[in-house]
Design a protein around this ligand. Sequence first.
Ligand SMILES: [Fe+2]
Length: 403
Amino acid sequence: MIKLISVDELRPGMFIHRLDVWWLKEKGASGQTLIGDLRQISRIQAQGIRHLWIDLDKTVPPPASLPPQRKSQPESPFISELSCARRILQEGKPKVRSMFNEARMGHRLNLSWALPLVDKIAGSVHRYPSALLSVARLKNHDDYIWLHSMAVCGLMISLAQQLKLDDEQVRRVGLGGLLHDVGKAAIPLDILNKPGKLSDKEFELMKEHPVTGAQMLLEAGAAEDLIDIALHHHEKIDGSGYPHGLKGGEITLYSRMAAVCDVYDAITSIRPYKEGWNPAEAMHRMANWHGHFDRAVFHAFVKQLGIYPVGSLVRLASGSVALVVQPGKASLLRPDVHVFWSLRAQREIKPERAVTATILLSARKRRACGDISILIRSGCWRARKLPAAEIYQDLNNFTELRL
Ligand SMILES: [Fe+2]
């Protein structure tokens, strides 16, 4: 008899019939297996799997010598997915970096590593969309380009799901997001990482990266849709973009999607020459850039990420400060948040499971709670007082998010 159980119910002696996750392809975790010990269970849990099918007829009694199971504190799905997402990005970073390095040396691109990484990112986005995007948003100068590639991949997958694209299309746009900026490998590093605004001449050079990237992908035998995304992700709907000044329907859906995801990740990340914007502020500004984005695609993007995107700091009616961890399912105005600071008591509140909250203040007025800042270091939350102007900067700067 086949039975669906939660991963928390998994015990040694149980026979796994099937893991009900399409993204998981790791050897040894996808087939039929007898669970021999607790380490096997930990490995399955670490993959972020929530449910699995077991075969009761093939299940055997557990070994008598097993230590009793300890009851552990249940972890929220968001927190549990954060560690998965962090690991996926850590493992993906050297692969993306290596592709850029090979391209910089003029070698032909080898893309065999890319689709498995897209599948892992898709798995994380599928399990808890905001976790990977939260982690990927936190970039420093050195790893900007690799994390930007993976973040755009995640955003494209997320947007594709909102646009109801089929599974194969979701993979294609994810792959397109991962490879969209590969042409930047041909830009001199001093321009790519310049700590200041580019000169006109430097910017003209930078504008060549879509054509260069498309050429690299063409030579690598990549499919047309991937070449199109690399070539046209800087086109604008009013025809003022580059390299070809395409307008409206002349730009493919995939490239219109890439334009939104690329800009959103770029402006919410820390760049060599600019601090990132708060996600809510970024969304608000992008909405006012008339002629830049396809309106329908942008609206789908807002609907997917929320008016208060993940990472926004919000003040709640209860007098607490919280971090948005998931867009609201019923309303964009009611995201899921983690409450972590009491304004009245001026002290930390023990992190809670995500709750749905009503936002009290507008984006501008949220600065009123700007005497609070969170610094997350070494696996714990700490809070300190800071001037209002620094609050967003610090939110963008944290490198760990572990409760
Ligand atoms: Fe680009």
